[in-house]
Design a protein around this ligand. Structure first.
Ligand SMILES: [Zn+2]
Ligand SMILES: [Zn+2]
Ligand SMILES: [Zn+2]
Ligand SMILES: [Zn+2]
Ligand SMILES: [Zn+2]
Ligand SMILES: [Zn+2]
Ligand SMILES: [Zn+2]
Ligand SMILES: [Zn+2]
Length: 308
C-alpha cells in the first residue's frame, strides 16, 4: 500500500464521486481507416499509406519518435514528407502511465506560419531529452508533465540490449542514482533487481542500432567483453579505456566501436530540417551529412542548429 500511494502513482486527491473527465477507456483511436492500408491519423491532415520498409535510410525519421525506419511497416503521407512507424501510429491517444498519477494525452505542438511549420521543443520530464517529436502531456491544474513517446513505450519488465537481466521501474525513491551507462544522475531510474545495474531513461530509449558512415553494417548497443577489448572510439579517436562506461555502439563483424554520443550526437531527437523557436528567433535543425554546415562561433565545431 505504501507503493500504491507514492507521489508518482497517486496525487493525494480522493476521486470517489468525482466524474471522470479524462476517461482513458473512452479512447477514440488514433486514426480512422479510409480504405485498405490508408488511414487518417488524428495529428496529421493528409491520408497516410501503409508501406513495408525494404532498406534502411537514416534520413527517414518517424515524426512521433524521431527514430529511423529500420524494418517493418510504416505509414507515409500521400501528400507530404510525414512518416510514422506503424507501431507509433497505433500508440493510444490517451494513456495511464506508471510514471504519473494522471491520464496523459498524446500531443504535438506546432504552429503554421506563412512558409513553414514551427514545432515546439518538447523537454521530456522522464529522460530530460529535447525533441521535436510527439509527447504525452498532463495539463491537469499546474501539472504540465511531459513524457515523450519513446519513454512512454517503456514497460516492465524492460529488456535493455546492453544488459543481460530484465529491468524494472524504481518508484517512489526521491534519490537520483547515477546511471551505469552515461554516468549522470537519473531523472528516473530503471533497476536490475539481480545485480543492481541502474539505467536512466535517456539511455534506455537510445536507438538500439545506428549507422556509422565507414562501416557497411549496423552498429548495435553492446556491453560485451569483446567491446571492452577494443581500444579506440572510431569517431573521436579517444581511448575507450579512459571512458568509465562499458556500453558502446559496435559492429560485431568489423569490431568498429563508437561512443554513444559520438555516433548519434547530443540531441538525436531534434529532427533535421524542422523549424522551431529558440529564445526570440527561429532556428532550423541541420542534417549531420550537410558538410556545408558553418562552424560554431563559440566551440568551432560544425553547427547542428541554425538560427534564422
Ligand atoms: Zn516512431
Ligand atoms: Zn502530409
Ligand atoms: Zn523521455
Ligand atoms: Zn498530472
Ligand atoms: Zn544514462
Ligand atoms: Zn542485472
Ligand atoms: Zn568517441
Ligand atoms: Zn561492420
Amino acid at each position: 500500500s505504501i507503493c500504491a500511494i507514492g507521489k508518482d502513482v497517486w496525487d493525494g486527491k480522493e476521486l470517489e464521486g468525482v466524474p471522470e473527465i479524462l476517461d482513458i477507456t473512452q479512447d477514440d483511436g488514433p486514426f480512422e481507416v479510409i480504405s485498405e492500408g490508408v488511414i487518417l491519423y488524428f495529428l496529421h491532415d493528409h491520408h497516410l499509406r501503409l508501406e513495408v520498409s525494404k532498406f534502411y535510410d537514416e534520413n527517414m525519421l518517424c515524426q512521433a519518435c524521431v527514430l529511423p525506419i529500420y524494418e517493418g511497416n510504416f505509414y507515409v503521407c500521400m501528400e507530404c514528407e510525414f512518416i510514422l512507424h506503424e507501431t507509433c501510429a497505433k500508440a493510444p491517444r490517451r494513456i495511464q502511465h506508471a510514471l504519473h498519477p494522471h491520464p496523459l494525452i498524446l500531443e504535438v505542438s506546432k504552429r503554421y506560419t506563412s512558409n513553414n511549420v514551427h514545432h515546439d521543443v518538447v523537454h521530456c520530464d522522464t529522460c530530460g531529452r529535447c525533441s521535436l517529436g510527439f509527447a504525452y502531456r498532463c495539463r491537469i491544474g499546474v501539472c504540465d508533465f511531459k513524457l515523450d513517446v519513446r519513454c512512454a513505450s517503456i514497460s516492465e519488465p524492460f529488456y535493455y540490449e546492453g544488459h543481460e537481466h530484465p529491468m524494472f521501474l524504481a518508484l517512489g525513491a526521491g534519490i537520483k542514482p547515477i546511471c551505469h551507462v552515461c554516468k549522470t544522475k537519473c531523472l528516473k531510474p530503471l533497476n536490475c533487481i539481480k545485480c543492481n545495474f541502474i539505467l536512466c531513461f535517456k539511455c534506455a530509449t537510445l536507438p538500439y542500432k545506428a549507422r556509422y558512415r565507414h562501416d557497411t553494417h549496423f552498429l548495435t548497443i553492446s556491453c560485451s567483453e569483446e567491446v571492452s577489448e577494443k581500444e579506440w572510439c572510431e569517431v573521436c579517436e579517444r581511448n575507450l579505456k579512459d571512458t568509465c562506461t562499458k556500453v558502446f555502439y559496435w559492429c560485431n563483424e568489423c569490431y568498429t566501436t563508437c561512443h554513444i554520443e559520438c555516433l548519434i550526437g547530443r540531441d538525436p531527437y531534434m529532427m533535421p530540417g524542422q523549424y522551431f523557436n529558440k529564445w526570440v528567433t527561429t532556428a532550423q535543425v541541420l542534417r549531420k551529412c550537410n558538410t556545408s554546415r558553418p562552424l560554431c562561433g563559440s566551440c568551432k565545431n560544425h553547427i547542428m542548429i541554425y538560427m534564422i
